[in-house]
Design a protein around this ligand. Sequence first.
Ligand code: PLP
Ligand code: 3DJ
Length: 423
Amino acid sequence: MEFKNSLVFAQQLDAIDPLRKYRNEFHFPKVKGKDVIYFTGNSLGLQPKRSQKFIDDIMKDWKDLAVEGHFHAEKPWWDYHERLAAPLAKVVGAKTPEVSVMNTLTVNLHMLMVSFYRPTQKRFKIICEEKAFPSDQYMLNSQVQFHGFDPDTAIVEVKKRPGENFWQTQDVLDKINEVGEELALVLIGGVNYYNGQVFNMEAITRAAKAQGAFVGWDLAHAVGNVGLNLHDWGVDFAAWCSYKYMNSGPGNASGIFVHQKYLNNNEIPRFEGWWGTRKETRFLMKPEFEPMENADAWQVSNPPVLSLAPYLASLEMFEEVGMETLISKRKLIVAYLEFILQEIDKETEGSFEIITPKDRGCQLSVFLHGQGKELFNYLMENGVITDWREPNVIRLAPAPFYCSFADMYNFGQILKSGILAKG
Ligand SMILES: Cc1ncc(COP(=O)(O)O)c(C=O)c1O
Ligand SMILES: Nc1c(O)cccc1C(=O)C[C@H](N)C(=O)O
């Protein structure tokens, strides 16, 4: 499609957008009385209006039923989490038993490391991307140290090439083959938080499996954003948060994926708790642990239903719409944003550079030349919510559920006036 730099053209794209009615399903913050242009769905998705009712239902059941709500609420709390597995499995390309929801992301990565990082003197190395999200780095370092290894030798980072802003798939594959029999685990963010790059999860998984290693993916920035096919790719495990593109609310619960081959498998160790034991016998309060036959075996505590409620509300919307429609719009709106940025860059004589490669999801990261935090502040004051990452990057993620093409055009106008005003 040939894009045009005009509001009328953007409005025409909105008029034929199959997701246009969903914009009104979300609460937008306001600046100067107007809905903001929201680019930070990659950090915290907007609140779906329908999530309130899901929370209110639980508050009401708690008020009216108290402890009886565990088994007699309309949506009983004791197995509330099970309602999330089937819709989530579609989002991540899994079989329903492979998915569960519990805890939070970094906690779940630690829990899954218990199962999938079991280093020996010979096979103890972990491959990750350089400058992974800091929480992932802390998690990996502390796991390696916990097992008595030195992070400097056990953690092997794949670097970007000098002068490049992204990782080459070939470099990841070469590193996997180079580490070879010492490789215990590959754990990478499927979509990088900083530059928005989508890793070739299928090829990397295949290469790591060929070396006899486990493969896990941190899907914080991937879930609800890009197409995933975790089961067919043969991924061993994955975890994600739900507060970004999944719009479930701040700090909310995390999802996990454990490949079918590890379900009902006594060789895989876990840290266990009572919500992982079979529900049929759980309340007999027996000392023996009998694992659930699905990924719920990794559940530890009874689920925080007040957190799961808005996640379930959001998943209802993913069910209605489907990933295919979201991905089609995402590709178009990100391409339009890129076009708008390129136009402004020409008009302002090279004020910035997009550092996100073509293998991308919803996010474009823009490196500002000579402009700094003042431009970011100008955007915020004028109703454009982006985020700032050191040293000089703003990240723009037009979430397809609620961002419009007119937003992209209007953002371009504000950006241009900001650059010229600070010029
Ligand atoms: C790639 C990645 N990993 C881990 C985290 C940390 O998640 P949490 O604070 O939910 O554990 C985030 C987001 O904050 C992230 O983007
Ligand atoms: N969860 C966050 C928070 O409570 C405060 C600030 C930022 C966050 C984030 O989620 C950051 C996000 N993972 C990122 O990619 O930057």
